[in-house]
Write a protein that binds this ligand. Structure first.
Ligand code: NAP
Ligand code: GLV
Length: 340
């Protein structure tokens, strides 16, 4: 990378990700523009320049290969370019005790809300069915339903879940947002407010496993926006799907491992579930022989619901790096114990 080589007293920041070459170039350019005052380097530079590793104090990473952050004795902070950090945290060589921040970017929340709105509108207005009817030259209008007749359950009330719940409520859907616990302490069931307390939109907020069980039969569409943790892995299993009303639909925009794939397939094959929009999978890229590609009840997206955008995310990185260098609090720190 070496653009700022010669700025020997500037902090050294390692950029380490697994991208196609064009994507890597976009990140380099955006980050160098957002943070011109630091000295950027990449893993290849560490190999070429003995001693450089000991100068690295910050790592900006996008799911780096396991072990990529070892041998950096003066590393102080890790900034992830991904919102979900389960792969990063699963690396047993990740330096313990160092602060890790995840990507939180309003532009990403907006992108996610757009994807969720597209998916829910397409399910509600039967656009996935019309696509298949077009393939058969079949002229068959479905009964027109109003948005307020299609209750949507959003799993996760964080950055993404909040943006999605707000957008869907704004489109007129009755929205329930499910979270781990009520932010104000008591179990929140039956309250009409948005996940962060804004009373303007009628989002029904519920929390905890019992509230989820109670909510499932009443919701026609489930949108998953949970982080992947030991508590949430496999949450969408046979019992979860069976508790949904017949003809329900799943929109998984979070992680593939939230879903027990054979249970989903069974629910779709039996016709209990009408459709699934899947952006994320246990194995990515989705292998060419995966049955999901050809399942008539499934719409596949290539993990494209809300990509990190270098144009806006580089400013988020710059703000956190400068906070570290100036001794101010870091934003969006991950609770490494909790896993998100
Ligand atoms: P976030 O702000 O950390 O929000 C996570 C939410 O999930 C919080 O409301 C949290 O509850 C809740 N939660 C965690 N564990 C739970 C549990 N066991 N039961 C119930 N609720 C639980 O995360 P985010 O920024 O919204 O991102 C969510 C996920 O979206 C990421 O982790 C990533 O997997 C996925 N994602 C996907 C894409 C894509 O393109 N497909 C893009 C970005 C992100 P508390 O509020 O109580 O902590
Ligand atoms: C994408 O899936 C992310 O976690 O940023």
């Amino acid at each position: 990378m070496g653009k700022n080589a010669g700025m020997t007293d500037a902090p050294t920041v390692l950029l380490c990700g697994q991208w196609p070459a064009t994507e890597a170039a976009r990140w380099r350019q955006a980050l160098q523009r957002a943070l011109p005052e630091v000295r950027w380097c990449e893993p290849a530079d560490l190999q070429d320049q003995p001693g450089l590793a000991s100068e690295v104090s910050i790592a900006v990473v996008a799911n780096p290969p396991a072990g990529a952050l070892t041998g950096l004795p003066n590393l102080r902070f890790i900034q992830s370019l991904w919102a979900g950090v389960e792969r990063l945290l699963a690396d047993p060589t990740l330096p313990p005790r160092l602060p890790v921040a995840r990507m939180v970017d309003p532009a990403m929340n907006t992108a996610m809300a757009e994807t969720a709105a597209w998916a829910v509108l397409s399910l509600h207005r039967r656009y996935f069915d019309y696509r298949q009817q077009q393939d058969r030259a079949e002229w068959r209008p479905w009964p027109q339903r109003r948005a307020d007749e299609v209750p949507v359950l959003v799993l996760g009330r964080g950055q993404m879940g909040t943006a999605v719940a707000r957008t869907l409520a704004g489109l007129g859907y009755p929205v329930t947002a499910w979270g781990r616990e009520d932010r104000r302490g008591a179990l929140a069931t039956g309250s009409a407010r948005t996940p962060d307390g804004d009373e303007a939109l009628p989002v029904h907020v519920v929390a905890g496993p019992q509230a989820l069980q109670a909510a499932l039969p009443a919701h026609e569409v489930v949108v998953n926006l949970l982080p992947l943790t030991p508590q949430t892995a496999g949450l969408i299993d046979a019992a979860f799907l069976a508790a949904l009303p017949p003809g329900a639909a799943l929109v998984n925009l979070a992680r593939g491992a939230h879903v027990v794939e054979h249970a989903l397939r069974d629910a779709l094959d039996r016709g209990h579930l009408r459709h699934a929009v899947l952006d994320v999978f246990a194995v990515e890229p989705l292998p060419p022989d995966s049955p999901w590609w050809r399942h008539p009840g499934v719409t596949v997206l290539p993990h494209a619901a809300a990509a990190t955008d270098p144009r806006s995310a580089s400013a988020v990185v710059a703000a956190n790096v400068r906070a570290l260098l100036e001794g101010r609090p870091l934003a969006h720190l991950v609770d490494r114990q909790r896993g998100y």
